[in-house]
Design a protein around this ligand. Sequence first.
Ligand SMILES: *Cc1c(COP(=O)(O)O)cnc(C)c1O
Length: 395
Amino acid sequence: MEYNVNDKGFYGKFGGAYIPEMLYPNVAELRDTYLEIIQETAFQEQFYYLLKHYVGRPTPLYLAERLSEKYKAQIYLKREDLCHTGAHKINNTIGQILVARKLGKKSIIAETGAGQHGVATATVCALMGMDCIIYMGSHDMERQKPNVERMKILGATVIPATSGSKTLKDATNEAMRHWINHPQETHYIIGSVVGPHPYPAMVALFQSVISDEIKMQLQQQIGRENPDYIIACVGGGSNAAGAFYHFMDNKDVKLVAVEAAGKGVNSGQSAATTALGTMGILHGSRTLLMQTEDGQVTEPYSISAGLDYPGIGPLHAHLFDTKRATFYAVTDENAMKAGIALSRLEGIIPAIETAHALAALDEMQLQPHESRYSPQQARRYYSSNRDCPRPGCTR
Ligand SMILES: *Cc1c(COP(=O)(O)O)cnc(C)c1O
């Protein structure tokens, strides 16, 4: 459990809740109640019901044979892109809106950069019939028009943040301001493993369904539940946290986190937080972030909107600090190449975020897999073990 959050809300040196006094009651209420709420049978039933029938879980764990051949390893893709709304983000928004309802909240706010989290939030608000306000930088609204349209179709109000660089961090500031002004009736759905405690821990817990399923599916497909490596991209770090979660305490499973190097780590246009960042406070937690010598947050850059974030969540800062995870930074160019390669090898067009994780395969020195199972055997094993329903299924 050395990688779990402690009772003060820290992962090693990182985490905590650095928030304005006005928000303290809200954050404290959430901190004191979320675990209890999540553990209630009624919550669990509804959460897993929606993950199965609404989101479409479990998502496949797919043995990418042609990609495997290229790297002389056995590579599986966890197909979070097949979730409703197209990414893992909805695992978290479903969990949080159920918590918000239990707390008696009437309306939801969220911030969004590319609009992906905004869409996942607007989706669950429509599902639950709750008011939804999404803050988005006005510059981002122009760059990401289709997602703005989706949010509006889903019934959300999208409010442009027009201060500063008119991007994600400005949207976050506006959302915080809204929350301070309407603390009682509002729940703020944060979209990654960032923000003040308990958000990073809560979001990681909701996303942990990913590694829960990986374990079960690997066991089914190849008769062992632990992979040699887990590779995931890190923007704030929620998909990585979910994929790492049930493997963190098992050091035989190597964790690989991939950040966006943009035009190059030292180009001045990157989002490679662990390579360039220092300790500071960002969005309510102590973590690694890219900042100037005077502590001004540096504007990040990546071709991928989801990785274009100046920090990483405190859990990942801790995994980096303790060397539990290995971090790579991948340039726009290499990510694009890896994305095209996957498309041509497997007929799967990945998100540009995901393409960063795939590009890391070129930098890792993969040993030929130690697994006793060949792809052919894996397929045979799989076809004789069809139809296992959902997390927790033990057959
Ligand atoms: C949003 C997004 C990310 C980045 O967010 P994390 O919290 O780091 O997971 C990565 N990949 C995809 C496909 C996304 O939509």
